[in-house]
Design a protein. Structure first.
Length: 213
């Protein structure tokens, strides 16, 4: 297959959507009031056999927006010091725009029409992403505003597990508890999990790339 065919295969697989895995670390559970502290995405690509693979990780630390809330319980879980000087955190607008620039480039290069968020409890990540977009009046959001792929549901179907660590272990993917609850680590494991489910389904005959050649 030539490069054009390779780029179009993932678009055909997901009805023109490019799945992009997203994980956020936050200062709470309310996307309108609680701080967005980390955002990481994994770009996925499909090979000429129709197998999905993680390709590129893009991540940024984010400054808490003015007046944002930091819930002590959430901060105890993620262990983030939001004002540590070595975080090299960026304002929300700058961080989101860096992420979106890479996603838009991949959407265009893959022949897709839009990105679709993949997440573990995807509504949570999408809610914080959408809130940051509105708060900063960011134009040209590459992500679908409400549709998503949730690996909780997919992992429950494929492995009988819904907790990320247990689902990852059930898929045969290594999990390091010490690294968990950082956006980069969690998004990379979620990406591997999503790819494993999609590729297993293909291997079972659920989707045949040759039918889209």
């Amino acid at each position: 297959m030539n490069e054009t065919t390779l780029k179009s295969l993932i678009a055909k697989r997901f009805r023109g959507f490019l799945p992009v895995v997203v994980d956020v670390e936050t200062g709470g559970i309310n996307p309108k009031t609680d701080a967005l502290l980390e955002i990481a995405v994994v770009i996925l690509r499909m090979d000429n056999e129709g197998n999905l693979h993680p390709s590129q990780t893009v991540a940024r630390h984010v400054e808490p927006f003015a007046g944002s809330n930091l819930e002590p319980a959430s901060m105890a879980v993620n262990g983030i010091d939001p004002y540590h000087p070595f975080r090299c955190a960026l304002p929300e607008s700058a961080a989101i725009n860096i992420i979106f620039k890479e996603v838009r480039r991949e959407v265009k290069g893959s022949g897709c029409t839009r990105a679709i968020l993949v997440g573990h409890n995807a509504f949570f990540d999408l809610g914080f992403l959408n809130a940051a977009v509105v708060r900063n009046d960011i134009k040209h959001n590459p992500f679908h505003p409400f549709s998503s792929f949730d690996t909780v549901t997919l992992a429950g179907l494929a492995y009988g597990q819904t907790v990320l660590a247990r689902a990852v272990n059930a898929a045969g993917i290594p999990w390091d508890t010490r690294e968990a609850h950082s956006a980069v680590y969690d998004v990379q494991r979620t990406a591997e999990l999503f790819c494993d489910v999609v590729n297993r389904w293909k291997d079972m005959g659920g989707w045949l790339p040759e039918s889209y050649a």
